[in-house]
Design a binder for this molecule. Structure first.
Ligand SMILES: Nc1nc2c(ncn2[C@@H]2O[C@H](COP(=O)(O)OP(=O)(O)OP(=O)(O)O)[C@@H](O)[C@H]2O)c(=O)[nH]1
Ligand SMILES: [Mg+2]
Length: 466
């Protein structure tokens, strides 16, 4: 299947849709240069197939299909010849003016001259299938594009450079050593395993285990840096939820007013606190619904509260605690909550003692969203809560990809079994089976041993043109 599709020349618009200064149409495959020849006219009539690799040329894209030649756009055309290109194939990139019409017209011209529309991620898939990068590096490309923080960008760049590949390769080497050691003994049973080989075998398994454990230990923070933490701001009407959202975002994103029930729909925004990406969700105030819209708003708020990783439960400190506050507190007290007493710039009326009885186990922040006071300590609490009191680590490698995490977990189980068999002096064949499994799981991560359906699934989540 891949053999055929690798024969095709593929094309796509690689820049995002909408208007921009520049847009790029990318063409890759055997016909890329000849398609370039058909549609591009450069200075002195020179053709892309005559251009040297990694050179950039000014010219025009021409449509020769009608009676008269039509100039589609003034462009810059780059030639990158196989095998030293992104896909390892001949690549032509046309940088035109970044409007939907020129981009689409140029793309259509490449298709008219024999290219096929690229599938999502197909350029990167070719880089993988042609052996330039492994699967972890291909996945790093998608991570770089979707990175929400500097820290995650750095990690993804390291992964693209091949840091994770190298680490997995070194674990694989320990396991290959162990496997060959065992196979030698299994195939020649008369040479029983001697003490020094036994020791080496034990060290190899132990080292591999240690490295897999370290990679898995990094995965929690890796996931946080990649996906962020879902923080839901909830509370009774008018306690200042939208005001707090705006403080976090440093802009007046949500409407703030003294009218009860100002926020009726969920507002979701991204922000960063101390390098951690947060998905902040401002909810409608919990009240007794007065109409069907408020009923729906309260229903949605509860839905988001249920999905939250951290809940900021807001109270108005300038008011006495109400039955609505108590009902809400009771409803969410088994969740991960930070209590926020807002409006601390006003004289306090809330009875902290009674309040503490109601919600005894949670951290509490006192703030004024209006005067932006107490925000830093609240942010510290959020970070501490998100990282479970640990510091944000930024090692060279942090695993964040679910697929990789799942395979590593299975690899860890196989290695633990191998170690157990070894310490119980079971037959070497049992140990060998587990090590073989662990190696194949590592190979699934790097893509050395993976089926086509899974490859298709991985690349289908990429954007078109990448
Ligand atoms: N004094 C004082 N007033 C505040 C503070 N925070 C918010 N307010 C005021 O309280 C009122 C309600 O603020 P919002 O942010 O709209 O409250 P909300 O919880 O989003 O309200 P709903 O969307 O209606 O549930 C507004 O008049 C704000 O200016 C604060 O820290 N101190
Ligand atoms: Mg609001």
């Amino acid at each position: 299947m891949y053999q055929n599709s690798l024969e095709d020349t593929i094309a796509a618009i690689s820049t995002p849709s909408g208007q921009g200064g520049i847009g790029i149409v990318r063409v890759s495959g055997k016909e890329a240069l000849s398609i370039g020849d058909e549609i591009f006219v450069g200075v002195n009539e020179r053709k892309p197939s005559e251009f040297k690799t990694f050179t950039l040329h000014y010219g025009r894209v021409i449509n020769r299909k009608g009676k008269a030649e039509e100039v589609v756009d003034e462009v810059l055309l780059t030639v990158m010849r196989a095998p030293k290109s992104y896909t390892c194939e001949d690549v032509v990139e046309i940088s035109c003016h970044g409007g939907t019409v020129p981009l689409k017209k140029i793309l259509m011209l490449t298709l008219d001259h024999g290219a096929r529309l690229a599938e999502p991620g197909e350029f990167t898939k070719r880089a993988f299938l042609n052996g330039r990068i492994d699967l972890t590096q291909a996945e790093a490309v998608a991570d770089i594009i979707s990175a929400k923080t500097d820290a995650f960008l750095k990690l993804s760049i390291n992964q693209l450079k091949g840091d994770l590949t190298l680490e997995l390769e070194s674990i694989r080497e320990y396991l290959m050593d162990a496997y060959t050691e065992i196979e030698a003994v299994v195939n020649f049973p008369e040479d029983d395993i001697d003490a020094s080989s036994r020791k080496k075998l034990s060290i190899d398994i132990k080292e591999a285990l240690k490295h897999v454990e370290a990679l898995l230990a990094s995965s929690e923070q890796g996931r946080i840096l990649k996906e962020g933490i879902k923080v839901v701001i909830c509370g009774k009407v008018n306690v200042g939820k939208s005001s707090l959202l705006n403080v976090f975002l440093k802009q007046p994103r949500a409407i703030v007013s003294h009218i009860e029930g100002t926020t009726r729909d969920i507002i979701e925004e991204s922000a960063q606190i101390q390098g951690i990406p947060l998905q902040l969700i401002d909810t409608a105030g919990i009240l007794d619904p007065r109409d069907s819209i408020e009923e729906e708003a309260v229903k949605r708020s509860h839905l988001y509260i249920d999905q939250a990783e951290i809940i900021l439960l807001l109270f108005d400190a300038s008011q006495e605690i109400s039955q609505e506050d108590i009902n809400l507190a009771n409803r969410i007290k088994d969740k991960n909550v930070i209590i926020v007493l807002n409006k601390c710039d006003c004289p306090t009326k809330i009875d902290e003692g009674a309040f503490r009885k109601l919600l005894p186990n949670f951290k509490m922040a006192k703030i004024s969203a209006l005067e932006k006071q107490g925000i830093n300590p609240l942010e510290e609490m959020i970070v501490e809560n998100a990282l479970h009191g640990k510091r944000l680590e930024t090692p060279k490698i942090l695993i964040s990809n679910l697929r990789q995490i799942e395979s590593l977990k299975k690899c860890l189980t196989a290695l633990e079994k191998a170690q157990e068999h070894f310490s119980q002096n079971l037959s070497l064949e049992f140990i060998s089976e587990e090590i073989k499994l662990a190696i194949s799981l590592l190979d699934q991560i790097t893509g050395k041993d993976i089926d086509n359906d899974l490859i298709d699934k991985i690349f289908s989540s990429f954007c078109v043109g990448k």
